[in-house]
Every structure is written in C-alpha cells, then in structure tokens.
Design a protein. Sequence first.
Length: 535
Amino acid sequence: MSTVFHKPKIFSPDHPAYPWIILTNVIVTTFMAILSAVATIIADNSIQGELALSDTRAIWITTLYLLGVNTTVPTGNWFANRFGKKRVYSVGVLIFTFGSGLAGFADQFWVLAVARVIEGIGAGMIFPVGLALIASSFTKEKSPIALILYIGLAFGGGFGFGCFITGYFTEFVTWRAIFYLIIPFGLLAAFSCWLSRRERPEKEPVPFDYWGFFFFATFVSTLLIGLTFAPLPTTVEGWRSPFIIGCLVTAAICLVSAIIVESRQANPLIPLPLFKDPIFAVSTLAMFLLGMSLFASIGVTANYMIDALFYEKYIAGKIGMSYGLTMAGCSILSSALMRILPIPILLFSGLTMLVVSYFLNGILSWQTGPDQIIPILILRGAGLGFALGPTTVLALHGVPKELSSQAATLLTFFRQVGGTYAGTIIAIFTIKRKIFYAARWGEQANEQLPGYKVTFKKLYDRFSTELSDKGVESVFQAKAEIIKNIEIQAFIQGQTDAMIIFGYVTAIVGGILLIFVVQRHLRSRKEIPSSLHHQ
C-alpha cells in the first residue's frame, strides 16, 4: 500500500512547534471529556430534579457515558491504524461534541441517555488515539515528559477547573451550560486537528476482531450493570435478583470467552502477550487502581460535601479544585524531576502519598470543615500527579515499539475501566458498612439512655422555639433529627471504610510492582558485566 500524507496548511511536521500543537490540542479535548464526566457528578441531583428522574434512572446518566467510553477505547488502536490517527481523532472529537450538544438540549431521560452514550463513544476515541498521537509525535527522549504533561494538565486541570465550572454553572446558571460550553471548544479542536496534523503512513488493513470486541464489551457492560444496581434499595431481591445474577454470570462467561478468543487471534484487539512482562501486567493493575482514585476521589468527596455536609455545589466545586490543580502542578513537577530522579522513585513516592490520603479519610465526620477536607484532597492530588505519568512511562518502557500503540491503548483502557467501576465499588462497600454502622449506632438511640435523653431534650427545646406546636410536632422533629444524624454518620463512616480498603489494596499492588522493578534493575546490572566479558 502506498504511503499517504496529508500535509498541514499552517505548520510543517518538521516545525519545532508541531509536537506541542498536537499536545495542546489533545489536552484541550481531553479536558472537555473530563469536564463532561465531572458534570454529572456535581450536578447529579440538579439534573435529576429538572428532568424528574428516579434514583435508578439518575444513575444511568453517568453509567451510560462510562459504558460508551469503555466499549470504544479498546477499538481505538485498530481504527487509528486502519483509517489514520488524524481522521479517527477528529471524528471522535466531533461525535463527542455532538453528544454534548444533545445532552444540553435534552428535555427527557431517553434523550439524555442517548446523548451520554454518544458522548462516551466520542471520548472513547479521544482518550487512546490522543495518547497515541502524542507518543508518535514526540521523540523518544521527550515523549515521557509530554505524556506526563498530558496526564497532569488534561486530567488534573479537567478535574480541578471542571469541579469549579460545574459547581458555578449548576448553582448560578444551569447545568445545561456545562454541555453548551463544550461545543465551541470541540469544533475548534476538530478543525485545528485537520490543519496542524500530518496523517501517518497507513498500515496494511487487518481484519477487525469482532468476536473479541463483542465478548469484551459485553463483559464490561454486564459487570458494570450488575455491580451498579445490585446494592440499590430499589432493586428487587438485591444480589439474589435473577436480573443481577444473570448479568454477573454473563460477565463471567464473556470474560472467559474473550480470553480464549484473544489467545487464538492473529490480530487480537487485546494483545495478551503483553501481560507476560510482569512489570507491564502489574502496571495495568496499578493503572486500574489509579483510575479508580482519579475518578472516585472527586465523586466521593462531592457526595460527602453535598449530601452529608449540605454544602452548596459551588462551594463543593471550589474545594474540589484543590485536588485537580494539585494533580496538575505535581504532574508538571514530576516531568521536571524525571531528569534528575529515577522514575520508580517518583512513582512510589506518589503511591505512598495516595495511600496516606486514603487513611486520612478517617478524620472526616459530619462536623468536618474545609480545613480538614482540603489537605486530604491536596495530598491525594499530589499522589496521583507523581504516580500517573511515571506508571505510564514505566509500563511502556519494556514494550516492543511495534506494540507500543496497543500497550498505550491498554493502559488507557484500564485507567478508564478503573474510573468506571470506582463509584460502583465504593457504593457497594459504603452501603454494606452504612447498614452495619446504622444498626450499631441505632442501638444507642434508646430513650432510656442518659445520653439520648440529653440530646433529645436539647433538640426538643430548639424545635419548640421554632414551631408553633409545642408538643407532638416537636417530639417528632427531635426524634427525626437524631435518626438523620445517625444515618449521616453511618454514611460517612461507610465511605471512610471503603477508602481505607482502597488504601490497603493500593499498598499491596505498589509493593508487588516495587519487587518486580528491583528485580529488573538487579538483573540488568548482572547482564551488563556479562556482555562486556563476552566482548
């Protein structure tokens, strides 16, 4: 096949600014994709109220977006090789922009649901192909720095400013304005993509792995649906529901089928041989956990501030900015430190800060103020800033060049899947632990206990001064306030337990990764003298 180039009209590919134009373009579009994800986290109940959605339907607003992303990400590498990175990336940006516009105009659930799926499909093209564009446009020496800047500015800036923008528009304008804001930036990014990017040589087309895609997409979708809806109080029979059991069994069958199909495919969608490298394999698991932290941290904290502390969305968004901006700043700092410090030192420093931030969640309560919340978010943002980029660089270090694009797509996929399942997994732990704590502390709501009598008397006196009714209504309100307080504390403690479990799991995976890195380092030191000896 002949080599095809579409030369840009403004910048030559040899121009020194060319790679940086690519980087800027990808950062802006990824920022918009993160903003869209944050929008439904912060503005969740505002959207639910305006469109009169039930709790079950409201969950689909975010779930459908993430499903669209995760079913599309694995195909990004194949489409980029078949049709060219520039073309696929531009189409992805346009699809995402169209979905955002449709979400802004949605007046009912089904319109918004379709819009979120379309957005997710577009974002699913943006994430892997954008990463591949950066990797292929920079030299091998500058590529690690570009990747870390991309992760820091796009994701850190996306979460940082995304929280503020979402909170501001939801509180003072309308949640629809968030999606309208994406339209001009999306159109500009798609247009500049055609002007400033050169199409790489097209590879010989290979058959699309239809069965691999079908089984893997079905696995991701059914597992997410099962885990999301099983813990909900509105789900009939919960985990024993035939629908939930069917989803989980289907997910298990599809996972096994996907592994079998991919192991026999000549051109698999997911190259399983990459996992033979222990560092790459454990790095993908670490990326999954980092993706969970990346998306769940702001979601958990926003729910805590809005639902438990009753902060306004604008205030919650302002506090959430500290998380994203710290992540962005530390990512930029880590790119500079990479020149003087080994990548593993930056990686494990970041993981350590991340684990510590999980355990610090234990200080949060219904009386906590911003002074306690912000330091935790800053520490977590710093941990992610120092860990995300180095994990990507470390994982790709030993990958053959011909598989680097597929490896980058896999890392993107695991990060996004981690983000997808984060809220669901935290919800499962939170609900289970909330029930435990509510039952435990509910036992103390005994009218015969001295502590209960004192608390009830204070609340009764307060409501008696506020209400015209000095009798039954005041008694009812005082008891309701005690029960509400127990539920809030149980909810907060349930979230804390979930984050602490995350901390233990992250520490274990980080320890395993450290062992493999040390083994590789020691092995390389032994091989160098041996090669010199043979010379």
